[in-house]
Design a protein. Structure first.
Lengths: 362, 176
């Protein structure tokens, strides 16, 4: 951007030089890895707490209640209290479960979401891994999460868990197709899979504006499919309380349940952050026209604020979905994907390829 | 040992340990999980080589696709208490013998082959280059293999649909 004070690469460079001054290159690399890992862990935990609080407030707002409002101002410490409660809870060991897989499953789910979040661009230079295959990498590692869900359902040795896991698996595998194809739209527009390049390509306008109606269709499909892939309502049949108790994590308690819970919220954050990066300009500020007074004012807002502002806006939309629409049946769910979203998506991709070939986008 | 060597040793050790666990585990879902770890460690090896595209394909296709399908079919068919029987002594000896023989041939070939390091320009392996080569017909173009494979896939898809359809009509005529 125009303002180099918001460029994080000089900040990260200075840390690198500071470390290089006191230790050998190998140890610099190791300590940098540890630092980045610690930052991400902190980020993960704090964001999880914030998202749970936000969800409860949004839900309460829609149901005309107040939501958590006693612990701390506006109830902001409620989720922290809940977290402490979860940490102190007993971890049940089920007698006839496959203990190895039962213990492993939550870690697979949480590692998959953690790996994906590492590749997100938060601001200029604030980017843990800038892969050449960024979009594809995120798609690949998020597909690992379903393994954890399937293992959790099977190793619990409970019919509710198994049914929930099967539903969840079928759902994630089908909707992954739509997520991938709607992301492909932006890959065609920007001509790159690298997330930083995709963000840079939106310096003169976000793809949702530049890409005409096809980009908007892709955005809507991405939102629907990503909501379904994160197992959130109205697509939460995998943990439909009235039918399946709690789905694949019925038998989990304490910190292991918290892992599933946290991973679900982080996947929602990931979906929103991806929607922001691909369609809403990432950390790029909102601009109208060229070189106007409005644009200069917008440039002063730090990119991190832009990124998280847009991401939380998308999260708010996803939360509104959950609390306004009734849950779909499994056949409706699969019909929506295979009979509507997929054909629309395929046609949309051809249309976008034609648009880009003729150079009709801005 | 440099950091590179440590990483390679780590990935190689993981691949070896989990491969052995995959074939020795007598619970089928555990075997599938160990196979998943083998495939992910292999992807790690590709990342280590800076070959990101292949690593992504490895994770998406093998770990996220094939292993999920294997697990799905296990979930549908196996009960949690099901365990494989111990293999017979003859099978065990034959299996170990074949494994040792294969390893011996590979290792002896690797040790006797005269690897020579040549200074060459580093290959461009970004996605754009891969995509361009995949659909180009000229030098190093892969358009023909790509199309041939797509025909094979199409045939497999049609075959799968027909296999699935046939059972449906049979059950309909039976019900009539």
């Amino acid at each position: 951007m125009a303002f180099s004070i918001y460029d994080f690469s000089s900040f990260t460079q200075s840390i690198h030089q500071l470390l290089s001054g006191v230790m050998s290159p190998a140890w610099v690399l190791v300590s940098e890895l540890v630092l980045v890992g610690l930052v991400f862990l902190m980020f993960y935990a704090l964001l999880g707490l914030a998202l749970v609080y936000l969800e409860r407030r949004v839900c309460a707002f829609i149901q005309n209640r107040l939501g958590p409002n006693r612990v701390g101002p506006q109830g902001i410490f409620q989720t922290i209290a809940d977290l402490i409660k979860l940490l102190f809870k007993e971890i049940f060991i089920i007698k006839n479960a496959d203990k190895f897989l039962f213990n492993l499953a939550p870690f697979i789910v949480i590692i998959a979401s953690m790996m994906a979040i590492g590749a997100l661009p938060f601001a200029k230079g604030l980017h843990a891994m800038d892969f050449n295959i960024g979009v594809f990498y995120i798609l690949a590692v998020t597909s690992l999460g379903v393994v954890g869900i399937l293992l959790a359902g099977w190793s619990s040795n409970s019919k509710y868990s198994l049914l929930g896991a099967m539903r969840s698996g079928a759902q994630i595998i089908s909707y992954e197709l739509s997520v991938g194809l709607s992301m492909l739209a932006i890959i065609i527009f920007s001509g790159s899979m690298q997330l930083s390049v995709i963000v840079e390509s939106q310096a003169n306008g976000w793809w949702i504006f530049k890409g005409h109606i096809p980009a908007f269709i892709s955005f809507v499909i991405f939102l629907i499919a990503a909501t379904a892939e994160t197992n959130r309502g109205p697509f939460d049949l995998a943990e439909a309380e009235s039918e399946l108790t709690a789905g694949f994590h019925t038998e989990y308690s304490g910190i292991r349940f918290a892992f599933f819970f946290l991973a679900e919220y982080m996947n929602m954050f990931l979906a929103a952050a991806l929607a922001t990066t691909l369609f809403l300009g990432g950390w790029m500020p909102l601009h109208f026209g060229v070189d106007t007074q409005f644009n200069h004012i917008m440039d002063f807002v730090p990119p991190v604020v832009w990124f998280f502002g847009k991401t939380f806006f998308v999260i708010y939309i996803i939360m509104l979905f959950k609390w306004t629409f009734p849950r779909l049946r499994i056949d409706q769910l699969l019909t929506l994907e295979w009979k509507y979203l997929l054909p629309i998506n395929l046609f949309n991709i051809v249309l976008i390829a034609f648009l880009v070939m003729m150079g009709w986008h801005f | 040992m440099s950091l590179q060597q440590i990483m390679f040793t780590l990935f190689a050790a993981m691949i070896m340990v989990f491969s052995i666990l995959t074939i020795t585990s007598r619970r089928i879902l555990r075997a599938a999980t160990f196979l998943l770890f083998v495939l992910i460690s292999t992807a790690g090896l590709y990342f280590w080589l800076n070959y990101e595209f292949l690593a992504g394909v490895q994770i998406a296709l093998y770990a996220g696709g094939i292993v999920v399908i294997i697990i799905f079919s296990i979930l549908l068919t196996h009960h949690i208490n099901h365990k494989f029987e111990k293999p017979g002594l003859g099978n065990l000896i034959a299996g170990i013998g074949v494994g040792v023989l294969g390893a011996a041939i590979s290792i002896s070939t690797l040790l006797t082959y005269n690897f020579s390091a040549k200074p060459t320009t580093p290959m461009v392996n970004d996605v754009k280059a891969i995509g361009n080569q995949l659909v180009s017909t000229g030098h190093n173009g892969y358009a023909l293999p790509f199309e041939v494979i797509s025909i094979l896939l199409l045939a497999a898809l049609i075959g799968a649909i027909i296999v699935a359809k046939k059972q449906d009509t049979v059950s309909e005529t039976e019900s009539k």
